[in-house]
Structures are given as C-alpha cells and as structure tokens.
Design a protein around this ligand. Structure first.
Ligand code: CA
Length: 229
C-alpha cells in the first residue's frame, strides 16, 4: 500500500508540481491549500508524512507543526522560502523532522521523504528488540522509549537517534557516523540538523529526569551517551 503524503501548500502551481512528483515517486498525495485545511485533511486521511510550507494564509506552518505534534509523531518536512538559520531552528524546535529550502530540487525532496519514511518505519527484526542503558529503556518493536518508567514522547527521528546512542552507549559517536546511520546517506554534512535533534532529545529527557545529562557533547567530534552522576 502506498504511503500517504499530505502536501500543504497555498500556491496552486507549486502544489500541483509537488503532487506530481510525490505521485510519480509512488506515494499517494493529498493536497491542502491552507493550515486549517491541513489539520482537517490530517484527521480525515491519517497521512504517513507531511510536507508543510511555512508561509501559509491563516494558520502558518509553525502553528500547524505545533498542532500536529500535540497528538502525532508523523514525520514533518518543512518547506521554507527563507534560508535563515533562525527559521530552521524554529521549525526543528517545534518538532519538524527535516526542512528544505525553496527554490527546491524535487528529486532532493523525494529523497528526503524516502529517508524520513525509512526512519519512521519499524526496524529490521535481526536487531535486539529491547535496548537498555541505566534507567533508559528502548523498545524497538513498539517504537517506545521509557525513562525511569515514564514514556518519552519522541518523533520517529528522535527515536532512532536515541536508539542509536543507546546501542553505542559509552562510545564516542562521530557526527558523520550518526548522521549516516540515523538520517541516511546524503545527510553526512548536516551537523546543524543533528545538533537541533540532540537538543530536542535532551529537553525531553530532562523533562523527566532533570539534571540527568545523558547525552554528552564531545566538542567538534560528536556525542557520547553517559549516565547521570
Ligand atoms: Ca506559501
């Protein structure tokens, strides 16, 4: 069954092109022209991924991301006309999985959609189904992470990143290594994306275990999963 992709874009011509490319890549596109329509279509069609323009009439892309994140971990790729770092940071802070800047390359967008769906899919069964590091438990079968027995609500990308860190607990994992393993090839240089996702992950862990500092930064090199104290 083809994965359903919700495309939120108010410019009809551009929306048509996105629909064409997504359809051609083998997915089922659903198009919404405004933020309000996007939420309505989201409830109706339960998409597997959302491609979301930031500049929309009415509810903008930031607000739509916030609303969707209240109840869903579906991958969100933000499309922004602005290339400013501040916009990217804002999107990732709100829980988007990835962003792409206009004018965009459609093949690149399709590659990012594929990568995001792969991150959201269930892991291969030859891996251990449960990972544990101190009071952090990763259940690979139902995509759940628990810290001190409490559910950590993660996006698919955050989940994969945490699972990867737990798998390599205590080891230094280099930026490129994590990017290739979690995001896939073509992301090796996207250190900014990694940094923001680590930041979100830390916030979520700290919300449950304040001061627990699980993820240590090895400056200029990468990260290391440590325990508290
Ligand atoms: Ca727009």
């Amino acid at each position: 069954m083809a994965e359903r992709i919700l495309i939120v874009e108010d410019e009809p011509e551009f929306a048509g092109l996105l629909e064409l490319w997504i359809g051609r890549a083998g997915y089922e596109p659903v198009v919404a022209p405004t933020g309000n329509d996007a939420l309505r279509r989201f409830y109706e069609t339960h998409p597997d991924l959302v491609i979301l323009d930031v500049a929309l009439p009415g509810l903008d892309g930031w607000q739509v991301t916030e609303r969707i994140r209240e109840f869903s971990r579906v991958p969100i790729i933000l499309v922004t006309a602005r290339s400013s770092e501040a916009d990217k940071i804002r999107g990732l802070k709100l829980g988007a999985d990835d962003y792409i800047t206009k004018p965009l390359s459609f093949p690149e967008l399709v590659a990012r959609v594929e990568a995001a769906l792969r991150r959201a899919s269930t892991p291969t069964p030859d891996r251990p189904r449960r990972l544990q590091h101190r009071d952090l438990v990763i259940d690979l079968d139902d995509h759940r992470a628990r810290l001190k027995g409490e559910d950590v609500r993660l996006t698919p990308t955050e989940f994969r990143l945490l699972a990867y860190l737990v798998e390599h607990a205590g080891q230094l994992v280099a930026h490129r290594q994590v990017l290739a393993a979690v995001w896939g090839s073509g992301y090796d240089a996207d250190v900014h994306l990694l940094r923001m996702t680590i930041r979100n992950l830390r916030l979520k862990l700290e919300a449950i275990a304040p001061g627990g500092s699980y993820i240590a930064t090895e400056y200029g090199l990468g990260y290391r999963l440590t325990g508290p104290g």
